[in-house]
Design a protein around this ligand. Sequence first.
Ligand code: UDP
Length: 366
Amino acid sequence: MKFDYVIVGAGIAGLCMAERITNVLHKEVLIIEKRSHIGGNLYDCYDENGLLIQAYGPHIFHTNDASVFSYLSTFTTWHEYQHKVLSYVNGEYVPFPVNLCTLSQIFHEPFTKEKAQQYFQKVQQDPQSCKTFEDIAIASVGADLYEMFYKHYTEKQWGMPCKELDASIFSRIPIRLNNDQRYFSDRYQGIPKAGFTAMMKRMLNAKMHILLNTDYQQIKDEISYEKLIYTGPLDAYYDYCYGHLPYRCLRFAFETHDTPSYQQAAVINYPNDYDYTRITEFKKLTGQEHKHTVILKEFPVQEGIQCYPILQPKINAILAQYQRLAEQEKDVIFLGRLANFKYYNIDQIVAEACKCFAQLCEKSDA
Ligand code: UDP
């Protein structure tokens, strides 16, 4: 098989590239996808009761990047939704990320901005360094809040001590000295009205040839291309020659309940006490009304569906070796969470894909 453009992976990264290449460059693309469906971990579908469920855990689109929002808005309208999360701590459901309401509820007294500042000044500890999750967490919120909200959730989520994890993971979560209880403060937030899969289906066109249920590694010798856009795991591309890069996996347990509402918020985090990290109730994300409801418990595991690159200072050396190989490739573009080994959000992946496409156009013009 010979195609000018071959894309490995039909997740959002691969599909954005496919959409640009076919619609702007008017070229045909071959997309090779291991799973039986498009959409990667953003895939969602309707269950037997007509409830929209996200098959690989909760995904909420949020961005400050107007160009990313406008690009995706050509394929969908939005259910405008501001994500809110509760955390189950000391037998109570409290707003998370930490804000003034969280502190008031935890300490059973009102907190103003000034009082919170005083509290943090008192408890923040000077870090040895700011390299690890534990260093930065204790330096930011002190030992008590670290223990309540972060330490156990993180060790369960990543399967290792917080002192081995990269500090950037902590930096995803804000600490607020106001009453804003939203999870994200980005300007644009929402869920595609008919779901992420419907949005991604609207990106497809007749110039794309999609091979589902096909492992690129098994057929790569039969395929030739001018450019390969690879969105699978970086280490797999190189046959694990420097060893395995660690990815954290999840096991998903869905439950249908015969009640219109199961819990108080779309997502409730369980830092302590349970083997799952969080429970998502999908209709609270999507705004669907129904007499039933579907919830999802997420159990982090060692093997299974690769969901997260595990960022750790100690694997930076192996990662750098793979990255050096990747940089030498002339005809291969590595894109997305798995191929770049980055903890990207949806908008960052779309922005990266648009940037890659622009570079591809520059090179083909030169
Ligand atoms: N985190 C935590 N406690 C929480 C929620 C998150 O310690 O209640 C930490 C944890 O390490 C997690 C990271 O913050 O992996 C990022 O959380 P986010 O909600 O962005 O995770 P995602 O939705 O990508 O799984």
